[in-house]
Design a protein around this ligand. Structure first.
Ligand SMILES: [Zn+2]
Length: 467
């Protein structure tokens, strides 16, 4: 039996400042080594000041993952020497005096499978090492400390996953959940990193470190299972070891360094007192939590009779559910859900496209009304949406500029219909004996009018003409 456990590092990218100083949490937009101060550089005589919002956001994550949240939390020093760590220790959390990390045991359902969460801890991210040079002879390593001290949440699971597919499903759920909580943007480079441990047939546990994205995590786990199965089938023992994920070659490689827990000489961080997160604060945080994905889904299905699958897609993506919630009325909710899930998703399928999109909730509202009132066909509405996303123009302006208005003039339509009837004698005969095939002729009218014919009027006129 295969057992997989995960350790996920998630940056709290929505915060203003770093975990223990007032440098920016968004380290990405700064010139290299400019987002630093004496505190995050660990200069002698400086003291850390804990970012309250970071504790709150980490606690909210713990609550959303059904973890226990202790009344008192503590911080520890993890001592190790490495160029990315200016202080030579990392301030993190550890459960040696009982559960003193922000989150205790919890669980989350992935389909029918229960995945247990071991703990959730808040810690600081180290700096970033940049490797340059093409061969081993001229290789140099550069270090950028802009990231050092930014808030990071570590989510540790029990080895409850049995295959890479479950891992992927869990990561999808987790990444939607973090985005919905407004704590992190999983699409930012480096915002989500992970370690995994994998064992098969009750054998030794192998740890894979250094997996830079959720996408690679599934690949790394898959590779490691295949590697272990191959060794097992040839009766070669599987060594208990740490391996690194090589994201260029897409394989795991044995790493020589053995880092045991004891080597870190953990001790209580004396510069930060124990923090009390009492009942009152916990209740307040709970009440301020954004509506959960599952509750959104139930609301969409019950209030607006939106089909299950559409509600699933809509609720699990914060960008779309926010758009939907800000744009719909009781009468056009279903139409808006339809526009978002069939047309909009293809237009703004990347982070960049979403940022560039000029679409406002009011646009969607008008567009849905225009479809429902028969002012626009769905095909024309799709063309209008494309233009609005690009330009942000008013719907009426787009309709007149692109000449999208419906052909709903009876005489004009009748002329086109008569033409089609004389062009398609075979289809006309068929439609007379089998009324269901009339859609073929409707389609022809649509083709002729470039999708602008009022569909209901077209059908009525066609039926009349065919007797
Ligand atoms: Zn700083």
């Amino acid at each position: 039996m295969t057992k997989i456990g995960l350790e996920i590092h998630c940056q709290l990218t929505k915060l203003e400042s770093k975990l223990f100083c007032s440098c920016k949490a968004n380290y990405r937009d700064h010139e290299i080594n400019s987002n630093v101060c004496p505190v995050c550089m660990g200069l002698p005589g400086t003291l850390p000041r804990l970012n309250q919002k970071a504790v709150e956001k980490a606690t909210i994550i713990a609550m959303a993952l059904n973890c226990s949240t202790p009344e008192k939390i503590a911080f520890f020093r993890k001592n190790y020497f490495y160029p990315d760590l200016p202080k030579n220790f990392q301030i993190t959390q550890l459960n040696i005096y009982g559960d003193t990390s922000v989150g205790g045991p919890g669980m989350i359902m992935v389909g029918d499978k229960k995945i247990r969460i071991t703990r959730i801890q808040l810690e600081e991210d180290p700096g970033r090492l940049i490797y340059e040079g093409s061969s081993s002879k001229n290789q140099i390593t550069l270090v950028d400390y802009n990231r050092a001290g930014t808030p990071l949440v570590e989510i540790v699971t029990e080895p409850d996953f049995e295959n890479p597919k479950q891992v992927r499903e869990f990561l999808n759920i987790l990444s939607d959940l973090l985005e919905n909580l407004n704590v992190s943007d999983p699409s930012l480079e480096g915002a989500m990193r992970a370690d995994a441990n994998v064992s098969i047939e009750g054998g030794n546990k192998v740890e894979i470190k250094n997996i830079g994205s959720f996408h690679d995590l599934e690949k790394a786990v898959h590779f490691e299972i295949t590697r272990q199965e191959s060794l097992h089938s040839r009766d070669i023992p599987i060594a208990q070891e740490t391996r690194h994920w090589d994201d260029k070659r897409k394989i795991t490689i044995s790493s020589r360094s053995k880092e045991e827990e004891l080597d870190y000489r953990y001790f209580l961080e004396g510069d930060i007192p124990w923090i009390t997160i009492g009942n009152e604060i916990q209740e307040k945080l709970k009440s301020e939590m954004p509506e959960s994905i599952s509750s959104k889904k139930v609301r969409y299905v019950t209030n607006y009779s939106i089909p299950d699958q559409v509600a699933d897609v809509l609720s699990s993506d914060k960008f779309y559910s926010d758009l939907f919630d800000k744009s719909h009325t009781e009468h056009n909710a279903k139409e808006i859900a339809n526009i978002i899930t069939t047309d909009l998703m293809g237009l703004v399928d990347t982070r960049e496209k979403r940022e560039e999109s000029k679409l406002q909730p009011a646009h969607l509202n008008e567009l849905a009304d225009a479809i429902q009132s028969g002012k626009l066909t769905r095909t024309s509405a799709k063309n209008a949406l494309y233009e609005i996303v690009k330009s942000g123009k008013e719907l009426n302006q787009v309709i007149s500029e692109l000449d999208l208005g419906n052909v709903s003039d009876t005489d004009e339509l009748l002329k086109i219909i008569k033409q089609i009837i004389s062009d398609e004698p075979q289809a006309v005969e068929q439609a007379k004996s089998n009324p269901q095939t009339i859609n073929f002729l409707v389609g022809k009218v649509m083709q002729k009018t470039k999708g602008k014919a009022d569909p209901k009027l077209t059908l009525d006129l066609l039926k009349k003409e065919l007797g």
